[in-house]
Design a protein around this ligand. Sequence first.
Ligand SMILES: [Zn+2]
Length: 407
Amino acid sequence: MELDHPGDHLGADRRGHSLRANADGRSSSTGRIHCSGAHPAHPLERRHPPRCLMPVVRHHFRCLDCGAETAASLELACGECGGLFEVAYPRLPEGGLRLPLTALPLGQGGTPTISFDWPDARRLRLELKLEYLSPSGSFKDRGAATLISAAWSGGATAFVEDSSGNAGASLAAYGAAAQMSAEIFVPADAPQSKQAQITAVGGRLHPIDGDREAVAAAADQYAREQGIPYLSHNRSPYFSEGMKPAAEEIAEHGLPDAIVLPVGNGSLLIGLQRGFEELAQLGRIERMPRLYAIQAMNVSPLASAFRNHESGEPTPTVADGIAVSQPPRLAQMLAAVRESGGAAAVVSEAEIRSAWTTIARRGLYVEPTSAVPLAALRRLVERGMLADDERVLVPLTGSGLKSPPIR
Ligand SMILES: [Zn+2]
């Protein structure tokens, strides 16, 4: 499905589709392109499948492997080489970060940041960004808003997605906002609370026995058989693109020296790196924070790649949100870590449990995945990766209400 139907303008496409200005024939000064088609102002107000979405910022896709450029679409892979895409823009915007489109505000983003005294690393100036205070209870809402907006703008009335839980719940929620049917494939052993959340917002659950890759394959096959777009938030470039405003919020709060975050499929890692890069191009920041990607020792493909090691066989982890053994964007994740001057590291199950207990006893009830970066702080200091007096930010990515308590 391509996103260039009449009345929708994703622009900058090489095939010469014209970019229309808004209804009175003028482009807005922000570089945003306004639709001239008749439509309700907001998806929550409409009664029929959408034909266009506003505002849309001119963008296209670029293949990460061969560099081929193509019109924006819901395609997941380059027609030339099979590589994954990134979102590209014809020019720098005036002022703010570039986002292709976001028309489904349920209240994502703008999460608070608090100072926190972590017992294992007291000299760090630690800040926690409470990303779990988002409508569906996880940071995924940032990416879901952008990805579902893209599908919605393409006229999709249904979509297929696969998720370990949080992304599925978020995409189903934004699908509900857009009145789209959400077919969500999850591992059968995904936390019941996440599965219940998907169903509550109207998503149709497809529990699959097997690992994360088996779930993705089942979703892909179902989408082909049913003729429904498979959005694949881990492969579509729209999802991580939607994470960029987190970088802007972090910079506005005061740029940290380093950010330590849990990493599974890497959407937040990639989105932060792209966001900071763009802020640097805009002259709004003078340096990039170092990005430290932390994984559970039991499932650690990025940390293995960072050390040029073969990744071991994955084994179960309490950090279900990052239990991803074959992330499709591994090369991009590795580049994001290296280009920032950061590193990738692992923590044990015992360390995750201990960190989770510590933060819970301090009043913040997050899911085990969110304790992963906290569990790494002491070792990062001991290894000299974080200096004692540095300003370090940890995003707390998911609510504790979404996972069973761990002991
Ligand atoms: Zn390619």
